[in-house]
Design a protein around this ligand. Structure first.
Ligand code: SAM
Length: 213
């Protein structure tokens, strides 16, 4: 694993306790709604490819499932170290360590962390980064085939929930904040990088978008 992290308070929120909680959830009930939808689209051939780049992949459960579903190689770039141990255990437990790479750092400020991949996916990551355009541009530039973006809808109640949610990082002394970016800004960043929107789905709390090159 390479390391060039600028945590900016992420480590206080995405820590090993949160990683263990996420792993227990995955063991209990499998992937959560948004990555599960992407997996379904891959299994059904709507999204295709042999290589995966997941930005902000957390504990790596989505990478494990995609590798089982047919992806040959998966790379994860995440800027929090808190998930590393759990992610390594998950891959080892699934016998997939040799087909996965994990890099630590911010893909926007350290573009050398990740090369292109057939499928690039960000589930609940755009809401964790202050500059949505920069993050989505970095992701889109690496998408040879597909870019999957799942992020919160900008409803009044989601923004209200964000205010409540941001009490926690404040209390922990973290400058990380949950952000509800406008859908237009997110989509335009990807289309300006040469992708076109091919699928739009709306879940209770989130958009789930597929863009293709
Ligand atoms: C809310 S978690 C989502 C984890 C996982 N994708 C999921 O759906 O469970 C967001 C993750 O994105 C990572 N992240 C946010 N901005 C990033 C960036 N610019 N580069 C790499 N990782 C980033 C954070 O460190 C965090 O682990």
């Amino acid at each position: 694993m390479s390391s060039c992290c600028e945590p900016q308070g992420y480590e206080k929120v995405f820590d090993d306790r949160e990683a263990r909680r996420a792993a227990a959830r995955y063991a209990r009930s499998g992937l959560s709604t948004l990555p599960r939808r992407t997996l379904e689209l891959y299994r059904s051939g709507v999204v295709t490819g042999a290589t995966l780049l997941e930005i902000g992949g957390g504990i790596g459960d989505f990478q494990v499932e995609m590798l089982r579903a047919g992806i040959e190689r998966a790379t994860c770039v995440d800027l929090s170290t808190g998930y590393d141990a759990v992610a390594a255990d998950l891959l080892a437990g699934a016998g997939l360590t040799g087909r996965a790479t994990r890099r630590l750092g911010d893909v926007v400020t350290h573009p050398d962390l990740a090369g292109p991949a057939d499928v690039v996916a960000l589930h609940s990551v755009v809401c964790c980064y202050p500059d949505a355009r920069a993050l989505v541009t970095a992701a889109a530039e690496r998408a040879r085939g597909y870019l999957v973006l799942a992020f919160p809808r900008r409803t009044w109640w989601m923004r209200a929930a964000g205010v409540a949610l941001n009490v926690y990082p404040r209390l922990r002394g973290s400058d990380w904040r949950f952000r509800v970016h406008p859908r237009d800004v997110v989509v335009r960043a990807a289309t300006d990088a040469g992708l076109r929107l091919v699928r739009t789905e709306r879940f209770a709390f989130d958009h789930h978008l597929v863009l293709a090159r």
